[in-house]
Design a binder for this molecule. Structure first.
Ligand code: MD6
Ligand code: FE
Length: 214
């Protein structure tokens, strides 16, 4: 059907739940600026696999920028002002990323969002992210803005209970997902990334989640 083919290229915001909005391709116009901003961040705070509190190695590699960064170790999950790997403050949030996050949040109905933390996740083909809630931020009244780059992913959008059914949301390069309000503590995860080569990022998916953590 022609209509469903066209849906693939739909760039209209899609409301997935009362306070969850998918903005297809919203980041595409600034992708090169984002990558330019991320390069020095990742030189200063390189990708690493953190340990879960249970002692397992996370499959996703991560880094952070902003005044706070999310970490996991045997003491638990939390935000820290410094990178445990270098002992230095996390690199600054690139301006293009900060501006994109506020613009996306506003487009999704959260007009006053100013991020102070960005968690940067790196997925190779086969990497998944198990169902979790994001609850380490101080005030859950602020939304989260999630930017997808590189290989496509299937995002699992669950409910407020772990056992609630999940909805599969395809996320492509340049898509931005915003959620907050009563959806802020929904369980969510990412299915194993399918093998592939993205023309700009190669064999990887990079996800940026911008938060007001402090
Ligand atoms: C990811 N994202 O898409 C992982 N969390 O790679 C998340 O865990 C996430 O996309 C909170 C809000 C939006 C997200
Ligand atoms: Fe999350």
């Amino acid at each position: 059907m022609i209509q469903s083919d066209l849906d693939l290229f739909d760039t209209q915001p899609q409301r997935l739940a009362s306070h969850t909005v998918l903005l297809p391709g919203f980041a595409l116009p600034v992708v090169e600026q984002l990558l330019d901003g991320l390069r020095p961040v990742l030189r200063a705070a390189p990708w690493r696999h953190m340990q879960t509190p249970g002692g397992l190695r996370m499959a996703v590699a991560l880094s952070n920028c902003g005044s706070l960064g999310w970490i996991s170790d045997d003491h638990g999950y939390r935000y820290t002002p410094t990178d445990p790997l270098t002992g230095k403050p996390w690199p600054e949030l690139p301006a293009a990323l900060l501006e994109l996050a506020s613009a996306a949040a506003a487009a999704a109905g959260f007009p006053d969002f100013i991020a102070d933390a960005c968690l940067i996740n790196h997925y190779l083909p086969g990497t998944r992210l198990s169902l979790h809630q994001d609850r380490d931020e101080r005030d859950h009244g602020h939304p989260i803005v999630s930017v997808s780059l590189g290989l496509p992913a299937v995002f699992l959008l669950g409910g407020l209970q772990r056992a609630d059914r999940t909805r599969r949301v395809p996320l492509s390069h340049g898509d931005v997902l915003v959620w907050g309000g009563e959806d802020r503590l929904r369980f969510h995860g990412v299915l194993p990334i399918k093998p592939g080569v993205h023309p700009r990022l190669g064999e990887r998916r990079v996800n940026l989640t911008l938060r007001k953590a402090g």
